[in-house]
Design a protein around this ligand. Sequence first.
Ligand code: PLP
Length: 478
Amino acid sequence: MSAQRSDFTRLVDDARAHVDHNYVEHVNPSFAQLLHLTGFDRRYVRGLDARLWDDVGHEYVDCIAGYAVHAVGRSHPRMIAALDEALRSQLPNWVQFERNPLAALLAQRLCARVPGDLRHAVFSNSGAEAVECALKLARRFTSRSAVLHCDMAFHGLTLGALAANGNQHLREGFGPLGESTSIAFDDLVELEKALETRRFAAFLVEPVQGKSLRVASNGYLGEASRLCAKFGTLLIVDEVQTGIGRTGRFLALEHDAACRPDIVVLSKALAGGFVPVGAALVRADVWRATFNSMTNALVHASTFQGGVLAMTAALMTLEIHDAEQLSQRAERMGTILGKGFDECVRRHDGAVEVRGRGLMLGVALHKDFAERFLSQLPLIGSLERVLFGQAFAMKMLESHRVLCQVTDSRSNILKFTPPLVIDESQCARVVAAFDATLHTLSGIASPLLHGTFYALNRLRAGMMTSAPSPASDRQSVR
Ligand SMILES: Cc1ncc(COP(=O)(O)O)c(C=O)c1O
């Protein structure tokens, strides 16, 4: 007689048994096709710290970390113990009509950590939702509606956040969006010129851009905060991806001592990758302009904000961040990875530049190299040309079991955002994988052709199915 399976085991077993059909039929066939085409369609069954294991026992180093959500590492024992206890405690969740104690404690601890005079936290469930909140509060405070953002910016895909998105292909077909203007990232002259018009409620900016991996120069954010104050625009620093230690400071804006944000937006790693959560940390007067009376006390809110699990996970993330000195660790490991990549870039001609800060790193692959590489192949059209970055990431996964990504399906920038608990030996493995892949592809030798033909074969197989073609399907891969 077989042993009785737990409910969870039974559900996972059923889910795995039917995933191929269910995902394609009922979730996202286009994404399934992209995974298939790029060789990313593996079945992961276990995660621990910076590692993953697939269903045949292979170990991977995870340099995507769920799009940079896993700060404290997967399956962290203190986190699991706290969440397990929270679930068993019968502490009532979402009573709504109470002064939520865990939310209040988290708000106090977050506001105490951030520079500037941010006094209130508005919690939500995602980065985009926290951005929406920031934009609404800025509109109400300034009585202006336009938002200023940067080329290549990414702040989420809800309608308000989309208006501040610097990638045209993500905006197409979803308009009309809110009034917005895009300026060059890290350019104070353009910023001042735009602010002088006094049209903008907010300047929304990432300290390190998630899509381009460009880092704001020293002094940029400080001067931006001075200029915003001068022209009556609020500075919203989007730390959704950079926050909670990733760049070597708790917030990336702390690299610039003069930066005085009006609102800071957090999400992703805030709850350690265990529970979705978002937060907008807001200056007191800005907050008061919206929540200015009992009638307006809930004028911006969300049913699931401040949930017990999310608040517990976020409080535990802060404690683990401090106990394990994760910001310092991100700086140290980021230096090891960055130096390793730099040496590879100098040795081979396939990549041009290492960008980023701490454990948010990108390597720009050489466009000419991509052209040269692809011109060696027969039957190359624009469809395949855009897949060069993906082919590189695919080779990293297939040959070295290092999971990394390109910043967009058409991008030539490889991106690495491992959990902050990654160790020296795992960093060395990532660098060795990158070196070997670059060497293989730089040689324009048979292994390269093997890799690309592998992609092309998958592409052709995909094109024979009735699913939409990748050319018409620009998946954003954050
Ligand atoms: C800087 C930044 N802001 C906002 C968002 C949106 O967050 P979410 O995907 O949780 O809505 C992202 C997501 O990648 C991000 O990187």
